[in-house]
Design a protein around this ligand. Structure first.
Ligand SMILES: C[S@@+](CC[C@H](N)C(=O)[O-])C[C@H]1O[C@@H](n2cnc3c(N)ncnc32)[C@H](O)[C@@H]1O
Length: 279
């Protein structure tokens, strides 16, 4: 079982909760060795909701257009862009890019864009970002096990490539990569860090997701919570974090306690110590 830090939408408080168990019963590839976790195989994935319904697709496309228009004309988006263009943050992206011209965007945990507004706002901001900045690669790779066939087809029509393998967020950043992981469970950030726990990988990552600082401030002593968050907390020492300003109540649910994260200024030989020293 993995811990997640979630926000209760009514009062904005962070609580650590335990998510339900993942999907079972699919035939998987041979798993990569990973201690203590039977639930986290990387495996081929097929949606549970296979209905192909043109009306559903059209309605969802319309909802996405409304969401993107609303965000684009919002003060929230103006602030979001200002932050990205600020010297501090744009310099971090420049460092991640290195000698490359584009960042590959990988989106994990977007949630159901058909059922909820927050995932639509989150997807909107990612697509608008791709349109705004030529250093964001065109082809956004997306994975969330809850996506329906309808949602996948609309994502594809918006220029995304829906992955057919559940990577468990263990993608190695062999090239500059923007991981867009809005309000994911702690174990996914932890998996991502673990898979990239070398400076040549970490330095190629820009991560949008739950604030690592919040994880450090809110973590409890429950063993499963410590297990899910220890690498996040260890990474804090090499993380530059830039919080997202939600600006108005409209965008609170989708973007509260979210930050940009960049990793630097450690040498490889220090990285394992970051984990073992503290826990
Ligand atoms: C707390 S929800 C956040 C949903 C949405 N981003 C939001 O803010 O409302 C976490 C999401 O992560 C997804 N998720 C769980 N395991 C995942 C995996 N291995 N790869 C990608 N997404 C995953 C869940 O299905 C869920 O939609």
């Amino acid at each position: 079982m993995e811990a997640t830090v979630k926000n209760s939408s009514s009062n904005g408080e962070w609580t650590v909760v335990l998510p339900s168990k993942g999907r079972k019963g699919r035939k998987g590839r041979r798993r990569k060795p990973k201690p203590n976790d039977q639930e986290e195989e990387e495996k081929p994935w097929r949606s549970d909701d296979l209905e192909v319904n043109p009306q559903r697709q059209a309605r969802l496309k319309q909802k996405m257009e409304i969401s993107m228009k609303k965000i684009e004309s919002s003060k929230f988006y103006t602030a979001f862009l200002e932050q990205l263009k600020s010297p501090e943050v744009s310099n971090q992206f420049r460092l991640v890019l290195g000698s490359e011209t584009q960042l590959q965007m990988v989106m994990y945990g977007i949630g159901s864009i058909e059922s909820y507004e927050s995932p639509r706002y989150q997807l909107s901001i990612a697509i608008l970002m791709k349109r705004e900045f030529d250093w964001v690669g065109n082809n956004i790779e997306v994975f969330d096990p809850v996506l329906s066939v309808t949602e996948s087809s609309v994502l594809e029509s918006l220029g995304c490539n829906v992955l057919s393998v559940n990577e468990q967020a263990r993608r190695e950043a062999l090239k500059p990569t923007l991981f867009f992981m809005p309000h994911c469970e702690a174990n996914l950030y932890s998996n991502l860090l673990q898979a990239n726990w070398r400076m040549d990988c970490l330095s190629k990552i820009a991560l949008f997701g739950n604030s690592f600082q919040m994880y450090e401030e809110q973590v409890s002593l429950a063993p499963e919570v410590i297990r899910a968050t220890k690498r996040i907390i260890a990474a804090r020492r090499i993380t530059s974090e830039f919080p997202i300003e939600t600006v108005s109540e409209d965008y609170f649910a989708a973007f509260h306690d979210s930050s940009w994260h960049f990793f630097s200024s450690a040498i490889d030989s220090e990285l394992p110590l970051l984990v073992s020293e503290e826990f």
